[in-house]
Design a protein around this ligand. Structure first.
Ligand SMILES: Cc1cc2nc3c(=O)[nH]c(=O)nc-3n(C[C@H](O)[C@H](O)[C@H](O)COP(=O)(O)OP(=O)(O)OC[C@H]3O[C@@H](n4cnc5c(N)ncnc54)[C@H](O)[C@@H]3O)c2cc1C
Ligand code: SF4
Length: 566
């Protein structure tokens, strides 16, 4: 069955799967990427990318019939008429919420790389050592110095705009020029940095090509035009996605095969060799089941889907799922808690104005619990802020203002009326009691057992939120903002879209699922490099760390393969 045999299989084509595919292909391995969702071809399949607001059906809203298909994806406000084609149909893809969990998914070529917010921040040893220092969960098996070169490696390829700050706890990287702050954001920067020692306000570090390098241009990627329509797919390839970057790079090698509409049901375990021999796949259109064979398997289906596949890969040796000897598979689910902070209006800068849009705002790195001086006795770990400032009090230059006609239009061109909002992103502690499991009876229409999610935020996160709100309000107050309003809309876990931790890395096979190379303890040819591998959650956005860990794991896997250790 030569057309079903490959050197490597990658499950999922999202951020981590795209990286696994690129690296494996570039190292010469014939690689099959198996993707649950439909084929989305770069540019061709971005149907709304060039539409203006008035060209979208139903003013960019969903019809009631459409909204019925997205009960989860819509309840936290992620889906609109302009991007609905990149979100998962909840009715076809059910799961069971024992506690509210908003599982935000994008099943298609590129996964959620098409719809992500593109913020990229390195983790540091503040993050990698926190569990060990505080006696929480288990220690990470790696430290910053082991991942540092891999951050640089992926950042160069991705293209990240940002400003160097020289902070130990938010290490600088390989950056393209930052996206400029506007006058109200610069105002906050000046006030906060002069009034609060150790606090910084900088531009969001985002995966946008502000100054494309030759290797970006070679892939057909271009400079960011600040159109701010990124969630619809970017025809310039100016923000990083699997579709614009890693998949084209993998394709150039002629080693890549992508199978879309193909659901990995389980990994096949060969007990004679104590290895995975391949994967069992259901064609989502024909329901045909096919087995694909390979020497190494990279699980990159995203934190919850990877847990689902591993838990579903049962055999007499592994009755509770592959790699579950520790009993930790599916446990320790984390997500960032956010959507709390403060916003306010500013009466200054009445003569200032700006033209156009920009795809990111400001970022305030973590400033609590860095050391004894910044210690907060009420909670462990910390938070950062993402924020946006803009003209008019709703910061959107009239997009959401009621009004019509020439007079209204003229009013939008008048300077003055500034507003700014700060939204905190907080770290979530790992907790064995936050878990997913498979329902023993219920299956989806393709025969996958439904995932049951039982997970929620704890006391530490709730105490932290109080400080996140009051610090945001204090900074705005000191910077002269008026009409300051505190907001707090925690929703459920999952709303943070940074789910992590269901197959954590660790030193000890008795307490962890993966080793320091993202390799399943005990089954050396299975690697898990999506968010499920995370042992703690930091407070910064995680995807650049998945990319770095994926590239590092592929490097290790191919060396091991060449030594015939796999
Ligand atoms: C609105 C939004 C904003 C975000 N903003 C940021 C941000 O600013 N910064 C950041 O770091 N992160 C952000 N994220 C999170 C980021 O998108 C994820 O961390 C990242 O995409 C995870 O990569 P992944 O490869 O693990 O999963 P995904 O990108 O979700 O890809 C997983 C792929 O696996 C496929 N798959 C699933 N199950 C199977 C199966 N059984 N068989 C075959 N294929 C399967 C899926 O269809 C999908 O294509 C955001 C997410 C959203 C939704
Ligand atoms: S803002 Fe930049 S990345 Fe986003 S759609 Fe526009 S050109 Fe593309």
């Amino acid at each position: 069955m030569p057309n079903q045999q490959f050197d490597a299989i990658v499950i999922g084509s999202g951020i981590s799967g795209g990286w696994a595919a690129k690296e494996l292909c570039e190292k010469g391995l014939k690689t099959l990427v198996i993707e649950k969702g439909r084929l989305v071809t770069h540019i061709k399949d971005y149907p709304t990318a060039n539409k203006d607001a008035w060209e979208l059906d139903y003013h960019g809203g969903l019809t009631q019939e459409e909204a019925k298909r997205f009960p989860v994806q819509t309840r936290s406000g992620f889906v609109g008429g302009d991007n609905k084609h990149f979100f998962t149909d909840d009715l076809d893809n059910p799961y069971i919420e024992e506690k509210r969990f908003d599982w935000i998914r994008g099943n298609q070529t590129g996964g959620r790389s098409l719809i992500w917010g593109r913020h990229c921040y390195r983790w540091s040893d503040l993050d990698f050592t926190a569990n060990a220092k505080e006696g929480i969960a288990i220690d990470w098996p790696i430290r910053y110095k082991e991942i540092e070169p891999w951050y640089t490696y992926v950042e160069k390829f991705v293209g990240i705009s940002g400003e160097k700050l020289g902070l130990d706890h938010l290490p600088d990287g390989y950056f393209l020029p930052p996206i400029e702050l506007n006058c109200i954001e610069n105002h906050l920067k000046k006030e906060v940095e002069s009034r609060f020692k150790g606090r910084h306000v900088t531009s969001g570090r985002v995966a946008h090509l502000t100054e494309p390098q030759p290797w970006h241009l070679e892939l057909g990627r271009g400079k960011c035009m600040n159109r701010n329509r990124c969630g619809r797919g970017c025809p310039f390839g100016a923000y990083f996605s699997s579709n614009s970057a890693t998949i084209p790079a993998a394709k150039k090698t002629d080693n890549l095969t992508i199978k879309s509409d193909a659901i990995v049901h389980s990994i096949i375990y060969d007990e004679t060799k104590n290895k995975a021999s391949g994967v069992r796949v259901i064609d989502s259109i024909t329901m045909e089941v096919t087995e694909y064979v390979a020497s190494i398997i990279f699980c990159c289906a995203s934190t919850l889907a990877t847990a689902q596949i591993l838990l579903n890969s049962v055999s007499s040796q592994h009755p509770d799922g592959l790699g579950n000897e520790s009993g930790e598979l599916g446990h320790n689910l984390m997500d960032h808690h956010y959507r709390c902070g403060a916003k306010g209006d500013h009466e200054g800068y009445a003569d200032e104005y700006y033209k156009g849009r920009k795809p990111t705002g400001l970022f305030i790195p973590r400033f609590v619990n860095l050391d004894e001086k910044t210690k907060n006795k009420n909670f462990l770990r910390g938070y950062d802020y993402q924020g946006t400032g803009g003209a008019r009090s709703n910061w959107s230059r009239g997009i959401n203002d009621p009004g019509i006609g020439a007079e209204f239009k003229e009013s939008l061109f008048k300077p003055g009326g500034w507003g700014l909002g700060l939204m905190g992103f907080g770290e979530c502690l790992p907790n064995h009691e936050n878990y997913v499991r498979l329902d023993k009876e219920k299956k989806d229409k393709w025969g996958m057992p439904l995932l049951v999610i039982n997970s929620g935020f704890g006391e530490n996160e709730m105490k932290m939120r109080e400080q996140m709100k009051s610090d945001a309000a204090e900074m705005l107050n000191i910077a002269g903002f008026k009409n300051i309003q505190i907001f707090d809309e925690i929703g459920g876990m999952g709303v943070g879209v940074h789910e992590m931790g269901t197959a954590r890395m660790g030193k000890d096979p008795k307490t962890s699922v993966l080793n320091a190379h993202n390799q399943l303890h005990g089954i050396p040819n299975i690697f898990v490099t999506d968010g499920s591998c995370m042992t703690s959650s930091s407070c910064v956005n995680p995807s650049i760390t998945y990319m770095a860990l994926t590239a590092r794991a592929v490097d290790f896997a191919v060396k091991e393969l060449n030594k015939q250790n796999l």
